[in-house]
Design a protein around this ligand. Structure first.
Ligand SMILES: Cc1cc2nc3c(=O)[nH]c(=O)nc-3n(C[C@H](O)[C@H](O)[C@H](O)COP(=O)(O)OP(=O)(O)OC[C@H]3O[C@@H](n4cnc5c(N)ncnc54)[C@H](O)[C@@H]3O)c2cc1C
Length: 396
């Protein structure tokens, strides 16, 4: 196999990267270990950065024709207080979203093969392709660039010599419930903080056709407690049950609705940490590079955005060193946004902060507007990143 660019992983990051490159006339081979139409365990929420990325890919209208439109993130505190933060939001199950993105990459001219990345091919210190498991065969695919967009499971990162941290930043679990009778009751992306889900949150997101995506996520799930191999004991199923018991709309949803499929869990890699971003001939993008936001666990938008950044670096620079430097600089420019979400993570650890924030925001339209600005990425989070700025968010 031969291509100008070999992209491993056909999630939002890989497909976005493939589409941009293929539209520019680059010969792209996109591979994934699963066939098109695979599922991805996710909350399926599309926040404003995802809308922007989809618009840049020319796919927003196609996605919004199928997605459930949503106008607010409903933030609910342990004492039941609630604020609704306005934003451009939507929900589309990943099976559909990712199939649409992959098809868009193929429509642009990228070739797709179902194959599993096993190891990079190296020549004179540069990656020049990959060894792939294609059916029962091991084949070599040669390329000028390899882009690793393999998501939160670190196996491929490790095989490529790019993994700096094997443990995830967090873990989350979700299920689908069909409950048309709840459609008028749950209209926002509901995010619920409570001691029962600490350090994390529970969610209910309204999906198309009377379905709901319900789940819980826990950050900092694999913090080493000291001593060899001692990790926190996180039982997501028990946390999910506690969330359902504690949050009345979740209890009602589970009572009146029909579960579709099983509850399933998956890891997250956040804050642009845990992996090297480049080595000669190779760029790491999407969640493999840690492109998911801490605090909220949202990552579809930034996966597409970083995938497009990788594509742009390859397109703009013929030389390996300058292309890698440009890509690293573009990721570094995103860091303040990720750092803000990392700092906000303290709300997950101390849910009473959510009560305080909700209480303040109810009294301060300016604070609510600022939160909406951060969600919509229309206001620069820079002034919120400092401790002073963050405390102003809580104390103003
Ligand atoms: C429970 C849960 C809820 C979430 N909720 C939300 C949400 O509501 N909104 C949001 O924006 N984000 C959410 N996220 C985060 C979001 O799912 C990720 O940020 C996003 O999927 C990252 O996209 P990606 O393209 O980088 O990786 P992925 O979507 O994981 O795609 C990686 C692809 O690489 C392929 N691959 C991996 N290894 C190999 C290999 N060796 N060879 C070939 N192919 C390989 C995989 O099969 C996969 O198709 C959630 C995550 C979890 C776990």
């Amino acid at each position: 196999m031969l291509a100008e660019v070999l992209i491993i992983g056909a999630g939002p990051a890989g497909s976005a990267c493939a589409r941009v490159l293929a539209l520019a006339g680059v010969d792209v081979l996109l591979v994934d270990q699963h066939p098109p139409g695979r599922d991805k365990i996710c909350g399926d929420g599309l926040i404003p950065d995802a809308h922007k990325a989809l618009a840049r890919l020319g796919l927003l209208d196609a996605v919004m024709r199928r997605a459930q439109h949503v106008a607010h993130v409903g933030c609910i505190g342990p004492r039941g207080g609630r604020i609704d933060v306005p934003g451009s939001l939507a929900v589309l199950p990943r099976r559909e979203l990712d199939a649409l993105l992959l098809q868009a990459a193929r429509d642009a001219g990228a070739r797709f093969e179902q194959a599993r990345f096993e190891a990079p091919l190296e020549q004179d210190g540069r990656i020049v392709g990959a060894r792939l498991k294609h059916g029962d065969e091991i084949v070599e695919a040669r390329a000028q660039w390899v882009v690793l967009a393999t998501g939160a499971v670190p196996k491929a990162l490790t095989a490529a010599g790019m993994c700096e941290r094997h443990t995830p930043s967090g873990v989350a679990l979700r299920g689908y419930v069909k409950a048309p009778q709840m459609v008028d009751r749950i209209k926002a992306l509901e995010v619920v903080w409570d001691k029962s889900v600490r350090p994390g949150y529970g969610w209910i997101f309204p999906a198309p056709d009377g379905h709901f995506n319900i789940g819980v996520g826990v950050t900092d799930s694999h913090r080493d407690l000291g001593g060899k191999g001692r990790k926190k004991d996180v039982n997501l199923r028990a946390i999910f049950d506690a969330f359902v018991e504690k949050y009345a709309p979740a209890a009602e949803l589970m009572r009146v609705g029909d579960m579709v499929g099983e509850l399933k869990g998956a890891p997250l890699r956040c804050t642009l940490t845990g992996a090297r971003w480049t080595r000669p001939g190779l760029l790491v993008t999407g969640e493999a590079a840690g492109s998911t936001y801490s605090f909220t666990g949202e990552g579809i938008g930034k996966a597409m955005e970083t995938g497009m950044l990788a594509a742009n670096a390859i397109l703009a620079h013929a030389d390996d060193t300058t292309a890698r430097a440009a890509y690293e600089a573009s990721l570094t420019a995103l860091k303040p946004k990720f750092d803000l979400y990392e700092r906000a993570n303290r709300v997950n650890a101390h849910p009473w902060l959510a009560d305080l924030l909700i209480w303040r925001a109810k009294k301060s339209p300016r604070l609510l507007a600022r939160m909406s600005g951060v969600l919509n990425e229309t206001s620069n989070p820079g002034n919120l990143v400092s401790l002073k700025g963050l405390s102003r968010l809580f104390i103003e």
